[in-house]
Design a protein around this ligand. Sequence first.
Ligand SMILES: [Zn+2]
Ligand SMILES: [Zn+2]
Length: 320
Amino acid sequence: MGGNRRRRLCQVCKSKGIRREAVVYMKEHRLALCKEHFTQWFEKRVSETVKEFQMFKKSEKILVAVSGGKDSQTLWYVLNKLGYNADGFFIHLGIGDYSDESMEKVKELGKKLGKEPFIVGLEEEVGAGIPLLQKLVGSTACSICGRLKRHHFNKVARRFGYKVVATGHNLDDESSSLLANLVNWNTKYLAKKYPVLPEENGFPRKVKPLVKLTEEQIKFYADLNGIPYTSRTCPMGDTANLHFYKEIMNTIENHSVGTKYRFYFFYLKKVFPLFNALKEELTEGTLRECKVCGEPSPSEVCFVCKLKMKLGNNSENAKS
Ligand SMILES: [Zn+2]
Ligand SMILES: [Zn+2]
């Protein structure tokens, strides 16, 4: 994409006998498009993905996990543009400026869409933000954050009647994490790696409508359409590993155009069913209801309730 000095004409316009300069050339699709036709192409691709994987219907309410970054913001925007009933949900992680700026971008997009986002603050809800929680728990910030996010998405989805939770994972995320998990033979993960996971054990359906679009295409769409987002990455996240595999994927893609897409979608079609058939054996036992909050948990008391107990229930007192 981009960076192509040769001037190209939009192929869709050209087919209608109009000469209009393209703003983008997508090598992997051999497609040059103007602003209007790129936007159309992008939206059609999302719409096709939703239908192909039977992610949701127009009649269903969708909760979009928004972080303020380009992917999730674009997802929230584009689903509404396509006529879906999608609401944003943001968790303020208590990571200083980064969380504040992200929240502002979410609110800004909410205004643009005429939709008030759900916002939960970890400091109010759990009693501390990620920096303090990390010291308390001692595991990586990303693993704590992931568990807290899942817990709150499930909770809000259930409480407000959303059967579907959508996330902004793109083709780069999915192909590079597939590669990383294959290299490490992480079968537990491979058994659940699919763009739509059905509702079960009290969890809402999980969908990833942007899996056919690359990071570059999403950023381009967001910029063309004036979608507000933050370019900052989480200062606590250990993303070195993730970037490493993304770079390898890009190296392979540059060597042989279209591999990124083939690698991931061939997996979904031919290999995933094999792993998924062994899901029961590969993934950890069944979930039960947390004794305290009722959310699904592998142990008697869930991770979040344990955290709250450790923090001395300060948040409970503050609320009443
Ligand atoms: Zn055009
Ligand atoms: Zn609990």
